[in-house]
Structure formats: C-alpha cells, structure tokens
Design a protein around this ligand. Sequence first.
Ligand code: NI
Length: 172
Amino acid sequence: MALREILIVPDPRLKQECEPVSEVNDEIRQILDDMLETMYDAPGIGLAGPQIGVMKRVIVLDVSDDKEKPAPMKMVNPEIIWESEDVSVYQEGCLSIPEQYADVERPVEVGVRYLDENGKEHEIEADGLLATCIQHEIDHLDGVLFTDYLSALKRNMILKKVMKLQKAKKSA
Ligand code: NI
C-alpha cells in the first residue's frame, strides 16, 4: 500500500466527471487499498478517486466511531438507486477542502448499488452518517463538492480561506 497525495481545491480534476470502472482487477484493488491508507492517514471518513487524481468511479469509507474496530468499505461504480424524501442536515467537511465545514442537506436514507473489490454486485440501504458520506463521495465522482450546495458567496469565501491556508503552509 502507498500513501497518495490528496488534491486540494481549486485543482481542476476535482470538478471533472469520472469514468466507470470496466473491470475490477488488481490495479483497481491496489488503488482502493491506497485510498483507504490515505484516508486513515489524513484522517478522514471517506475518499473518492479524483481526490488522489484517479479519474475512475471508486470510493472508500469508514464511518465507524470505534477506532479499535475499523469498518472499511470499498465501492466501485457506486450508484444511488433510490433516496428518501426525508432529509437531514450534517456539517460536512472534505479532505480536498481542508479545515472548512458547512451544513449540507441531503436525503436521510439512500439505496446504493456497487461492486466490491472482487467485482461482486451489492445493494445496501444506508442512513445517518453513512448515507451522507456515500452521497458526498459519489458527488466527487461527478465533479460535485459539498461547497456546490452553498451560496456562491459562501463558496468563494471558503475557497479563499483554503488558498490562503495552502499558501501559508507552503511558505512555512
Ligand atoms: Ni470530500
């Protein structure tokens, strides 16, 4: 496994749509392992392909709150197949938008279809934090960031803060 560099806004790759994976092979399994290692190292609870410059429909997640018992999930070509009318609001953050958080409203429950690391198809129902996290990560595969749900004013404010933070980091 290897740590990968996490891309930060305004990297243009974060705004691109990703290609579906045509075959779940060793290369894809390696990418999924690297993504999990990179996510845990950050640390974060989810990571999508484009965040490490891999423009493929792959995401990893772990929303368990018990650090002793990791519950890694790997999803290839994940799709939302249904969503509840009820919504919930979570304060979201993103490893590609470091140290910035904002409330985002999303369906509270979703059905998700995906392939696992062996190419086997699964369908699950998710709610709560897992549902929010899956929706956030699938958005990444379509070039959508959580800040796209905010007003342009708020979005630009967050972008400016991130750019300032990154500049300070580079000169430190
Ligand atoms: Ni994100």
